[in-house]
Design a protein around this ligand. Structure first.
Ligand code: PNS
Length: 180
């Protein structure tokens, strides 16, 4: 066909693998919800945990990955890997072309649009697919979880049990102080 701007885009993609990137400090039930939705569409999801020394994290990369691995221990379709550098380079190394992201509210949109378009600029062959989480988690992010927990609030039902346990450990170690 001659009238198409990007004729290769007319070829249907039958993707089996998708990458779900994030900082996951820590993973929440909102992230889990997106991963499970992703599994309805893809055979395999690589959860890509950003190891970024510039960004201060409560949990180490190893701990963030271990929590995700434990949550999906019985789900062989989920693989957990760490990455640094450009996301598009990591996605290419996985032989994947789809990135999954969750979109909670309008407030996410500007950042996600910028990220999606920048990634497309870097590699037009990679598509970013946005999914809405369950409304139960549409207000949720890792930062809110840490703040609420540090102030003595309950995060039950908002994070997997393993995350609650690890947050409690951090609190005991004084790494997540109450009232701060
Ligand atoms: O959990 P987050 O903080 O929303 O995840 C953001 C993440 C890790 C997806 C994003 O920061 C990222 O892709 N970082 C890798 C660096 C990169 O590729 N930057 C260019 C695209 S904006």
């Amino acid at each position: 066909m001659t009238n198409l701007v990007e004729p290769e885009r007319d070829v249907p993609w039958m993707e089996k693998i998708a990458v779900y990137p994030g900082f996951f400090d820590p993973i929440t039930n909102g992230h889990v919800d997106i991963i499970l939705r992703g599994l309805r569409l893809f055979d395999q999801i690589v959860v890509a945990v950003l190891k970024n020394p510039k960004k201060q994290a409560l949990f180490s990369t190893k701990d963030r990955m271990a929590m995700i691995q434990e949550i999906f221990a019985h789900q062989p379709a989920i693989e957990v890997k760490a990455f640094d550098g450009l996301l598009v380079d990591f996605v290419r190394r996985q032989k994947a072309r789809i990135v999954i992201r969750g979109l909670r509210a309008v407030s996410d949109f500007e950042y996600e649009l910028q990220m999606a378009l920048m990634n497309r600029q870097l590699d037009p062959e990679i598509e970013i697919l946005y999914m809405m989480p369950s409304v139960n988690y549409s207000f949720l992010n890792s930062g809110v979880v840490k703040e609420v927990f540090s102030l003595g609030g309950s995060v039950a039902g908002l994070v997997p049990k393993i995350v609650e346990r690890k947050l409690r450990e951090k609190l005991k170690q004084g790494r997540l102080s109450v009232g701060k």
